[in-house]
Design a protein around this ligand. Structure first.
Ligand code: AMP
Ligand code: ZN
Length: 141
């Protein structure tokens, strides 16, 4: 789809801190200062909402979300992540490409990711992405 930023990321045509990738799916860090610590999981094909996901892609994207959630828990967040689904224009979505948000639990509990996207610290984001990638490789079944 023309103009979809997530499709551009999936094609490698836009930059992203990718923490996991396979044939059908991808996971990368959210750059939004308003959603610190979020990781996004997408199918590489442009699907607008959950109702349009075919069974194969639904299974693939859920498997990736599960794997990445485990990796994030092991690498950074022992308290784990919540999985939320973003659907077209149903909420306050800014990108109309089906995606999951992996959201740090207990946002108010003082446990924070050791990177601060609100400071635009690309180096810190790259470091945290590399830690997550390492854990995902180590724990890959
Ligand atoms: P939503 O607003 O729920 O549709 O979620 C889309 C998310 O994608 C937002 O949290 C954005 O911050 C995030 N986002 C948009 N563009 C990029 C990008 N180029 N790299 C990483 N995250 C992005
Ligand atoms: Zn797209």
């Amino acid at each position: 789809m023309m103009g979809c930023i997530f499709c551009a990321i999936a094609k490698g045509e836009a930059p992203a801190e990718v923490v996991y990738e396979d044939q059908a799916t991808m996971a990368f860090l959210d750059i939004n200062p308003a959603t610190p610590g979020h990781t996004l999981v997408i199918p590489k094909m442009h699907v607008r909402n959950i109702y349009d996901l075919n069974d194969e892609t639904a299974a693939a994207v859920m498997r990736t979300a599960t794997r990445v959630a485990r990796g994030l828990r092991n690498a950074l967040r022992p308290d784990g992540m919540n999985l939320m689904q973003a659907n077209e224009r149903a909420g306050f979505q800014s990108v109309f490409h089906f995606h999951f948000h992996l959201v740090p639990r207990w946002v108010g509990d003082g446990l924070r990711l050791p990177w601060k996207p609100e400071q635009g610290d690309a180096q810190a984001m790259a470091e945290v992405a590399s830690r997550i990638r390492k854990v995902l490789i180590e724990t890959k079944e």
